[in-house]
Design a protein around this ligand. Sequence first.
Ligand code: GTP
Ligand code: MG
Length: 219
Amino acid sequence: MKLPETINKEALDELRIKITRFGMAYKFALDEISTKVNILKEEFRLVHDYNPIEHVNTRVKSAESLMNKVQRKNLPLSLEVIQESIKDIAGIRIICSFASDIYRISEMIQAQSDIEVIEVKDYIQNPKPNGYQSLHIVMKIPVFMSDRTVKVYVEMQIRTIAMDFWASLEHKIYYKYDKQVPEHLTSQLKEAANTVADLDRKMEYLNNEINILKENEQT
Ligand code: GTP
Ligand code: MG
């Protein structure tokens, strides 16, 4: 590749470091938020003798899908602009046991003083038209680097195992049909989402009943 003459070696090295640091900041942000979630999980288990979290996944958006999004959004190729406009470069997904756990976790996370909540989208109270359910929190968290502090966006998705089951399969179907799912299938997907919501309500009810029985046994 022939480089423009105006870009000298120093400038190129600087750019390389800038890009590497850019990517690292998101990984560090996910390390930080994962630690926070782990602390909540362990402490909650100790105090309440109960673990509300089934599992946690994190991912940094791949360079390819980041570039696709940059193009889709017609953004200039500037790290600063990308950093400010794309809020899901770092993503964490927390899978809870019961629907009520979602709000518990969300409150505990939002109460932390170094987390700046930017936006909360409650697709459980207001599911998407296709039936998608999940609680999304876009937040900004500080990452302490050797010579500076950078604040980066992290997108957190919190949902139950049942909601996650639906979302994973819907995602596969969506891509299988090249994002054009036939109408008779979209209506059935929506029905399946309603079944998921019913199932979550039933499991929540059973869990409450079991807790009441346990409490009565102890008294
Ligand atoms: P974009 O990430 O630019 O699409 O932003 P947005 O404002 O549309 O964000 P939204 O909170 O609606 O969705 C962000 C993420 O949630 C997506 O990248 C998916 O991981 C997940 N998501 C949203 N809608 C759906 C859906 O209909 N099906 C599935 N499987 N996942 C979804
Ligand atoms: Mg979207």
